[in-house]
Design a protein around this ligand. Structure first.
Ligand code: BG6
Length: 484
């Protein structure tokens, strides 16, 4: 499915996501030779009245890391069509533009590919998808395909998500729909299955007998920055936890898939999601940073969490009794995303080094990708003393010459190749909403209150207390010298 002419349509071309993520990702694919000038055309579509050059000027500043010549070659591939998101007129024009390009190619094999990227607010998905279906599908006289990438949020709770799924399901087959979760495009997220299932070391350890708790953490050191109006309708659980962190959770907790086929992998994800027990209120802390409500688009009485820490428990043979703590927050003291797998204490400890900390396997997704294992070792020297140290695989050191691809770059390429492994299947989405919907409804109804926290801190102190209650042991790495 990689040959033939390709039309990529970015809907919402003048918006933030398109400028910051979609076009730069396409640019990098172009630079690496995946989008060839003779075979691809990119169409931007939005409501603003712009010329082709107008759009090119808007996105130029976001395209970095190449010569002016490459940049202008890429920009020449871009055309702009303006129209509204619910008018046949606009989409008719868009289709004409695509067809005109395709005809000009006089393609003998007749293979044409149309990729639609919805960089749009979810409220317009149904109408835009109807328009694509009515006006812009690859004609049946052509071989090739039509594929549609949709961005989260997919709904706000189970019912609205199911409704959206049903609407889109009437228009497109599951094979045509790519529900993107960009965390699945991150290098160390993609590494999780390899780590877990290709290393004998981890296979026998990855269970309740050896693992005390798992934390999956997302931190940002900035607030909602002018996105308050959007954010307030969703909150951190819908923005980050229900999708990004839950996808990571699946890869950490799922059973081994039958093979690497996308359906096999996604079958296992669905199973582990279905094994998650209802979330208990006493295992949830939600917070809102001071100053969040200064945004004029945020209501004064908003209870919307900008921070949440909550515990997932998996009811199966592998994980019973092991808390998975999912934490996410905005306006905190740093920007970081990581997985921390904390092992149980070594039994029969003769070194009395327990206080120093436990074995902990940390996978840092960003920034500076790394994996490290905290170990207790003998402190080098004459004394028989122990200390905590690390086995450290920092990508910046080990893979100095490798440029790690951007998540969006990889996922758009997957879509062109027709690989759905790193996209969210409909039943997976449903299972994800089943986990969070009761809690979200309770928060929306004010049954749980957001506690306030200072911007630039670790977040609410109650969250640290929750982790401690879940048995998470903060490691100190101090040196312990046995009494003589
Ligand atoms: C988006 C959220 O999905 O992910 C944003 O809507 C968040 O609120 C972003 O800032 C974080 O992505 P990354 O790749 O920078 O961790």
């Amino acid at each position: 499915s990689e040959s033939g002419y390709l039309s990529i349509v970015v809907l919402g071309a003048s918006g933030d996501l398109a400028k910051k993520k979609t076009f730069p990702a396409l640019f990098h694919l172009f630079l690496q030779g995946f989008l060839k000038p003779g075979e691809v055309r990119i169409f931007g579509y939005a409501r603003s009245n712009l010329s082709d050059d107008g759009l090119r000027e808007r996105i130029r500043g976001y395209l970095k890391g190449a010569s002016d010549e490459h940049l202008s070659q890429f920009l020449q591939l871009i055309k702009y069509v303006s129209g509204s998101y619910d008018s046949g007129e606009g989409f008719g024009l868009l289709n004409n533009a695509i067809s005109k390009y395709e005809t000009s190619k006089n393609n003998e094999s007749g293979s044409y590919r149309r990729l639609f990227y919805l960089a749009l607010p979810p409220s317009v998905y149904p109408s835009v998808c109807k328009m694509i279906k009515s006006y812009c599908m690859n004609p049946s006289s052509h071989t090739g395909w039509t594929r549609v990438i949709v961005e989260k949020p997919f709904g706000k709770d189970l019912d609205s998500a199911e409704e959206l799924s049903a609407e889109l399901g009437q228009l497109f087959t599951e094979e045509q729909l790519y529900r993107i979760d960009h965390y699945l495009g991150k290098e160390l997220v993609q590494n999780l299955l390899v780590l877990r299932f290709a290393n004998r070391l981890f296979l026998p350890l990855w269970n309740r007998d050896n693992i005390a708790n798992v934390q999956i953490v997302f931190k940002e050191d900035f607030g909602t920055d002018g996105r308050g109006g959007y954010f307030d309708q969703y909150g951190i659980i819908r923005d980050i936890i229900q999708n990004h962190l839950l996808q990571v959770f699946c890869l950490v907790a799922m059973e081994k898939p039958v093979s690497l086929k996308p359906e096999h992998i996604r079958d296992e994800k669905v199973k582990v999601l279905q094994s998650v027990e209802p979330i208990k209120h006493e295992e949830v802390v939600i917070g809102q940073y001071d100053g969040y409500k200064d945004d004029p688009t945020v209501p004064n009485d908003s209870n919307t969490p900008t921070y949440a820490s909550l515990v997932l428990r998996v009811h199966n043979e592998r994980w019973e009794g092991v808390p998975f703590i999912l934490k996410a927050g905005k306006a905190l003291n740093s920007r970081k995303a990581e997985i921390r797998v904390q092992f149980k204490d070594a039994p029969g400890d003769i070194f009395r080094c327990k206080k120093q900390g436990r074995n902990e396997f940390v996978i840092r997704l960003q920034p500076s990708e790394a994996m490290y294992m905290k170990l207790t070792v003998k402190k080098p020297g004459l004394e028989m003393a122990t200390e905590q140290s690390e086995l450290d695989l920092s990508y910046g050191m080990r893979y100095q010459d490798v440029k790690i691809p951007e998540a969006y770059e990889r996922l758009i390429l997957d879509t062109i190749r027709g690989d759905q492994q790193h996209f969210v299947r409909r039943d997976e989405l449903r299972a994800a909403w089943e986990i969070f919907t009761p809690l979200l409804h309770d928060i929306d109804a004010g049954k749980l209150k957001s506690v306030s926290y200072e911007p630039g801190t670790r977040g609410p102190q109650q969250a640290d207390e929750l982790s401690k209650r879940m048995g998470y042991l903060q490691t100190h790495g101090y040196i312990w010298v046995p009494p003589t």
